[in-house]
Design a protein around this ligand. Structure first.
Ligand SMILES: [Zn+2]
Length: 336
């Protein structure tokens, strides 16, 4: 791919503005986020308070729990500072930029099949015409695709710009946070959270709350970054997924399953998606990871494989099949 995906979709501008916003949180004396904005937290999955430091990025400390292996951020921004970012995003340039990324046709060209796959996975596990709640539905792309497949969807999105976009597409999207939305017990066949769980300060509590609105046998589907993806293994802290303001927990196959099992759910599906090759391949060649992909310095057989579209597709499939895709997709069930 010669075209720079980052520039065309507006990602480059988004990440530049995130960097600018984050630099305002830094105490120049320490190089870390200002202490008055931070709170120490125990492991969000197992509640232990024993961890190994991994790295520091943009003033945030990333650690790994010695008890359950979850990678998480501590100390982290006070919840009030985080909620202010999502709920009062008007003055955050990066939020406007992100909406532009989401609405960009090139970006949607991979998002549509990505959400269609999610609908297909879910469709095997819940009744046709079932009722789905999409928490953090953003611009509503998943809801649109699920509705076309016959499901009834309600979305929740506190961020006003994305919500307005979704409302403009005729979707039933509400502004409340989940706990304020007042849904009846056992009223949904499925609850979905795509790119949400890693943002939550209390993921365990969220799974306990969702339990109540699910019908017996109902499903929760989540998609989260895969901390041990091929791309993260190559890039470590240079991977964009490591962003201490927004992503608080970094799950792997085991820690994600663990979180759901601790909340009483049964795991029904777990796999990985999106190979995320380009940044890793640039980094492999000691180039700027997010620049346009070039293959010239790769070993010749690997280069030939990647230049052949079929070869590349095979390579990408292997990465996902070997659990090294960028995203983990999990469906768990509330027992009947
Ligand atoms: Zn833990």
């Amino acid at each position: 791919m010669n075209r720079n995906f980052d520039e065309t979709t507006g990602r480059k501008q988004f990440f530049e503005n995130v960097d600018r916003e984050l630099s305002k949180l830094i105490d120049p004396a320490t190089g870390k986020v200002r202490a008055e904005l931070l709170e120490h937290v125990n492991c969000p999955v197992c509640d232990a308070n024993s961890y190994d430091p991994l790295f520091v990025k943009q003033g945030f400390d990333f650690v790994r729990c010695r008890n359950c292996n979850l990678v998480y951020v501590t100390p982290r921004l006070l919840e009030s500072a985080t909620l202010a970012y999502y709920g009062d995003a008007a003055d955050q340039q990066s939020m406007t930029d992100w909406l532009n990324v989401l609405a960009n046709p090139l970006n949607q060209s991979w998002q549509i099949p990505y959400f269609q796959e999610a609908v297909n996975i879910l469709a095997k596990l819940i009744p046709a015409n079932g009722r789905i709640l999409d928490i953090g539905c953003s611009i509503g792309l998943f809801m649109e695709i699920a509705q076309k497949s016959g499901f009834e969807c309600i979305g929740l999105e506190p961020e006003p710009k994305s919500r307005e976009y979704a409302l403009g597409r005729g979707l039933d999207v509400r502004p409340q946070l989940f706990n304020d939305a007042g849904f009846s017990p056992a009223s949904f066949d499925a609850v979905t959270m795509f790119g949400v769980l890693e943002h939550l300060s209390k993921p365990k509590q969220m799974l306990a709350d969702i339990w109540d609105v699910l019908k017996p046998g109902g499903a929760v589907m989540v998609i989260v970054p895969n901390v041990y993806s091929f791309a993260n293994g190559a890039l470590h802290e240079q991977a964009r997924t490591f962003t201490g303001r927004n992503h608080l927990s970094y799950f792997a196959w085991d820690t994600l399953s663990d979180l759901f099992k601790r909340a009483g759910y049964e795991i029904a599906h777990l796999d990985t998606a999106l190979a995320g090759l380009d940044a890793a391949l640039n980094h492999w060649q000691f180039k700027e990871p997010h620049s346009s992909l070039t293959l010239d310095l790769l070993p010749p057989k690997l280069r030939a494989l990647l230049q052949d579209p079929q070869g590349r597709a095979q390579f990408e499939k292997l990465i996902c099949d070997w659990d090294m895709g960028l995203r983990l997709r999990l469906v768990a069930r509330k027992p009947k």
